[in-house]
Design a protein around this ligand. Structure first.
Ligand code: SF4
Length: 221
């Protein structure tokens, strides 16, 4: 069976470009399922931009979509070159694009002006998983591979706002997340805020009405 690299959910088309992530979030649902909107998101190999654009064209044969979003079951900016190439392809076709990210793009791509590049290729929107209102709680909940990641997530999101990419910060609805604190951080930088439902493990299957990624938009976020 071929890998699912493009799938539909809600009114959107989602792109699954990697299973790798720079976080190990306590609440990530990829620890107990690989199924999102009825698609198994495990990849046997990572798709290139051409494979993705071919699959996107096929997905549009099933009808229009509100947006095309990099979500999948991993952190898309692990593959920044693919994100940029596919976003540029979408922009040329006037299709709205959204990146769902843990905000580690600049840590994962040192020496690259990641947000400027995303703006240059015309990224329409970004959803950044904040998940905590302070660095200590962030480290406990998200277990990032980088030190000082919380500060970088804020810097990434702020830079997106400055580059006029529609920016939304999100947090999973857990008591530790301090949703009010996260909302205040978002508003202070000129971003929107959205609280994502917590998707509990096994016995209660994930609510497929949520696009919660194990990034949590069905996955990162
Ligand atoms: S929730 Fe998102 S950021 Fe966290 S480990 Fe899962 S895929 Fe990575």
């Amino acid at each position: 069976m071929p890998d699912t690299i493009v799938y539909r959910g809600k009114d959107n088309i989602y792109l699954n470009i990697t299973n790798r992530c720079s976080c190990d979030c306590e609440f990530c649902f990829r620890t107990f399922t690989t199924d999102v909107f009825g698609s198994d998101l495990r990849l046997s190999s990572e798709p290139d931009a051409e494979e993705l654009t071919q699959e996107i064209e096929l997905a549009f044969l099933d009808g229009p979509a509100a947006e095309v979003a990099f979500v999948g079951m991993g952190e898309p900016t692990m593959r920044l070159d693919v994100v940029l190439a596919v976003t540029e392809w979408l922009t040329l076709r006037r299709l709205p694009s959204r990146l769902v990210t843990n905000g580690h793009g600049r840590l994962l791509n040192p020496g690259v002006d990641v947000v400027a590049d995303l703006a240059r290729v015309g990224l329409s929107a970004v959803t950044v998983s904040l998940n905590a209102a302070d660095p200590e709680t962030y480290d406990l909940l998200c277990r990032p591979m980088f030190s000082k990641a919380f500060r970088e997530v804020l810097g990434f999101a702020r830079s997106c706002v400055e580059h006029e990419i529609a920016t939304t910060l999100t947090a999973v609805d857990l008591p530790e997340s301090d949703p009010d604190g996260c909302r205040a951080i978002a508003e202070a930088m000129g971003a929107s805020f959205r609280l994502r439902p917590y998707v509990p493990p096994p016995d209660s299957p994930p609510d497929s009405s949520d696009e919660s990624s194990p990034g949590s938009e069905p996955i990162p976020r």
